[in-house]
Design a protein around this ligand. Structure first.
Ligand SMILES: [Zn+2]
Length: 308
């Protein structure tokens, strides 16, 4: 597979189409009514898998509630043609408490498989479902006082039963960037990656830091290269378990990159020919990130710009 033709938009895990029901979810009576509606549906996930329709697997499996939503405080994802779509956590110990054997026509697949199989809006819904459930699963206790928390706003917050602190779903910002010098691209291989696997650099944003500052800091920490003029390109939810990837392009004035902080095992300037040979799999010794990732989107976008 070569560099994608349509490189204007990153599709995987984006384009979630539900109405998030921000007003309805604050009204308990409205939530009860939505729950009683026979058109209400459940979509289900584990920490890194989703239940999809069998056969073509072109949609998340939507099942009627049928008593399979035991929680007094369900997690509402949103509205689809006016009907509620609730989230069901299939992880052991999540308290679902029902027979959750997938019906014959449904199948549990990994989120990465789903990213390849599902159309755009459904992959966006999958990212939303998994990301929100991951947050709920890891915030059952108050970060301030340790007491149990309960679901409020039909899943858009949790409230501490003891101190009353409100907790909101969080997503962790990660900057990821193409860095270019004289037409070459900075790429590295993380410790622990398979041999030959190379990608652009990335890292978590720190408190008290702008995204642009995070780009410059991460590039310097990981490679010793001084990046400048970062410009934002696009973003992607990445619920493994809770990241938001923020893609940038930056320039550098040269220098010999070398691993600095132990995160990378190697780091190099690669020519467009080298990157293109890897993208088209003419070269087997360099392997690029999978097509579902913003890393690959940024690399393909950079290559396409070299060809104009
Ligand atoms: Zn508390």
């Amino acid at each position: 597979m070569g560099p994608r033709e349509d490189n204007e938009q990153l599709r995987t895990f984006t384009g979630m189409a539900l109405d998030r029901a921000v007003h309805e979810r604050k009204q308990a009576a409205r939530i009860r009514a939505l729950r009683r509606d026979p058109a209400a549906r459940l979509v289900a996930a584990t920490a890194d898998g989703v239940l999809v329709d069998g056969g073509e697997r072109s949609a998340l499996h939507r099942r009627p509630l049928d008593g399979a939503l035991p929680d007094a405080r369900p997690i509402l994802l949103g509205l689809e043609r006016g009907a509620a779509v609730f989230a069901l956590d299939l992880e052991p110990g999540a308290g679902a408490g029902t027979d959750l054997t997938p019906p014959n026509e449904a199948k549990l697949i990994s989120l990465r498989e789903a990213a390849l199989a599902l159309p755009q809006a459904e992959s966006g819904l999958a990212a939303y479902l998994v990301g929100l459930l991951n947050w709920h699963r890891s915030h059952r206790y108050c970060a301030r006082c340790g007491a149990p928390t309960t679901v409020t706003e039909a899943g858009y917050s949790r409230t501490c039963s003891a101190c009353g602190t409100l907790h909101f779903p969080r997503t962790d910002p990660v900057v990821i960037m193409t860095v270019e010098h004289q037409g070459r691209l900075l790429m590295g291989r993380r410790a622990g990656w398979p041999a030959g696997r190379m990608s652009v650099l990335a890292g978590f944003v720190s408190p008290g830091e702008t995204l642009e500052e995070a780009v410059v800091r991460e590039v310097r920490e990981e490679s010793g290269i001084v990046a400048r003029d970062p410009t934002f390109v696009t973003s992607q939810p990445w619920p493994f378990p809770a990241s938001l990837m923020l893609g940038f392009h930056a320039l550098a004035d040269g220098g010999e990159p070398r691993p600095h902080d132990g995160e990378l095992e190697e780091v190099h300037w690669l020519t467009p020919d080298e990157v293109r040979a890897a993208a088209t799999e003419r070269r087997k010794d360099i392997k690029l990130p999978p097509p579902i990732s913003i890393a690959r989107f940024l690399i393909d976008r950079w290559l396409a710009a070299r060809e104009r």
